[in-house]
Design a protein around this ligand. Structure first.
Ligand code: PLP
Length: 374
């Protein structure tokens, strides 16, 4: 039996959605063309965009379709930075690489403050308050951390920013489908989502941009996406994104309940087998599908390889360091403990999993633990 338990790095493309999208392949026109096939494609695109916008309580024109959340995050950050002379921006130590690396690159030209997480995995809203300056133009904070599942105090931060010019950019990739994502309630000015984290296709995502806010396009060319992102729209994948968002929103309660049950069972079985472990961060401030575990008895790199050979597919933090296992920057920021950062593994569950798969994960972990303790 093999078990994939790495759904935070990607999810399988829902077959039902794939089939429905295939049926729309005949609408092949270029949405920018003025003849009938073009108009048909434009109408389909508009329909999907409307569905997408409704799922986060936005307007259709506030949705910029991108090639994924990486591009959307780049557009939010660079597109804002480009519009200011000497901007100051605030982000956190625990962002996804697409946000963190973008800010690191910009920090050579602009001033960027990186906020640290506490041991509970959370950014302190007071830290943010104290870091605000008169020239702060952008604050980027994720809603759910992709390594620990920690739910960040975005509501509190939005409240603080109410009487400040700084815009709020929220990476909600790991939140959608697991908790409510409503741009109005969140008070987000910009928000990013990705198709392949919610059982849609890879290579599609979006940036929500509140009406009235201007961004400098990062991809220039035609006037697609209201001149905020040039390039012929991938109508089929936009359709798939709309369907994936619809299904994830409709089934959110059942899916997250199942994820929570799987996670709970996992932690209980680890305890029952007396495998030494600690949960990184606060279990009560965690999204349903992710948990991050410190195993003091093995480095993650070894454990991942041993588990892979045993048919258990899991990762150490994010999948974004292409094949290498580096100490997690998230665990490092939380605990300032490199050993802990090197010995932590992320397990991310799905409603698609069965309970006996959890038992299999723990039994393989137990076998490796026993082998190492000899
Ligand atoms: C996966 C992920 C991204 C990147 O999304 P892509 O669509 O793969 O570019 C960004 N942020 C978070 C939190 C993620 O988990």
């Amino acid at each position: 039996m093999s078990v994939y338990v790495d759904y935070a790095s990607t999810t399988p493309f829902d077959r039902e959605i794939l089939n429905e999208v295939m049926d729309s392949a005949d609408v092949f026109g270029n949405p920018s063309s003025i003849h009938r096939p073009g108009k048909d494609a434009k109408a389909a695109l508009q329909k999907h965009r409307t569905h997408i916008s409704q799922k986060i309580n936005a307007k259709p024109k506030e949705i910029i379709i991108t090639s994924g959340a990486t591009e959307a995050n780049n557009l939010a950050i660079r597109g804002t930075a480009d519009r200011h002379e000497r901007p100051h921006m605030i982000t956190t130590d625990i962002e996804h690489a697409s946000v963190r690396t973008t800010y690191q690159n910009l920090s050579e030209a602009f001033e960027v403050t990186f906020l640290k997480a506490s041991e509970n995995g959370l950014i302190d809203a007071d830290d943010l308050k104290n870091s605000l300056r008169s020239n702060t133009v952008l604050v980027s904070i994720m809603l759910v951390n992709n390594e620990t599942g920690s739910i960040q105090p975005v509501f509190e931060i939005a409240e603080i920013l109410k009487d400040h010019q700084a815009l709020l950019h929220v990476d909600a990739v790991q939140a959608f489908g697991h908790m409510e994502v409503d741009v109005q309630k969140l008070g987000a000015d910009m928000l990013t989502l990705s198709g392949h984290k919610i059982y849609g296709p890879k290579g599609i995502g979006l940036l929500y941009l509140r009406e009235g806010i201007k961004l400098s396009a990062q991809l220039t060319g035609g006037s697609h996406e209201l001149s905020r992102r040039a390039g012929t729209e991938n109508v089929m994948w936009v359709h798939a994104l709309a369907l994936a968002m619809e299904k994830a929103a409709d089934e959110r309660a059942q899916r997250s309940l199942k994820e929570m049950q799987l996670k709970e069972r996992f932690l209980n079985e680890l305890t029952a087998k007396k495998i030494p472990f600690e949960v990184n961060g606060d279990l009560n401030q965690q999204a349903s599908h992710i948990t991050n575990i410190y195993f003091p008895w093995s480095e993650a790199e070894f454990l991942l390889t041993a588990l892979d050979m045993a048919g258990i597919f899991v990762s150490a933090g994010s999948a974004c360091n292409a094949g290498t296992v580096q100490p997690s920057h998230v665990i490092q920021s939380m605990y300032e403990d490199e050993e802990r950062a090197l010995c932590s593994v992320r397990f991310s569950f799905s409603y698609l999993m069965e309970e006996d798969e959890v038992t299999e994960i723990v039994s393989q972990l137990d076998a490796i633990y026993k082998r190492l303790s000899k």
